[in-house]
Design a binder for this molecule. Structure first.
Ligand SMILES: [Zn+2]
Length: 124
């Protein structure tokens, strides 16, 4: 799997495009066991806030929040694909949907570790 230092990502319909600066490749790829992620099923990886730029379709992103309303989960309002979220456990980071990365087959990452989101560190 080849992650470029600046890698593009997009939703399914192409309305939303992201530019991700990932000097260290895929950081901390994981699934999460929180009530939302266990339904979403996506593999997430971390990028610093400044390293994610929405280059197209900002107006096409919809925000979803729940529980403590801290994390900000974004998805494309046309095709419904989750692209990224601002994390609750580290608000200085976004998590991105690895499957949205251009030319990357997220299935190659399996098995992926599980983050214990249902017992969230911020709840302790
Ligand atoms: Zn879309």
């Amino acid at each position: 799997m080849h992650i470029k230092p600046v890698h593009n990502a997009s939703c399914h319909c192409g309305a939303v495009e992201l530019k991700l600066t990932m000097p260290n490749g895929l950081e901390d790829p994981r699934r999460c066991s929180c009530s939302m992620c266990r339904k979403r099923g996506a593999i997430a990886a971390s990028v610093l806030l400044d390293n994610l730029e929405v280059v197209k379709g900002e107006e096409n992103l919809t925000l979803y929040q729940f529980n403590t309303m801290t994390a900000k989960h974004y998805f494309c309002k046309t095709c419904g694909i989750y692209t990224h979220h601002q994390r609750r456990s580290n608000p200085h980071q976004f998590a991105i949907n690895v499957a949205c990365l251009e030319g990357i087959n997220a299935y190659e990452l399996e098995p992926v570790k599980i983050f214990d989101g249902i017992h969230h560190p911020s709840d302790k």
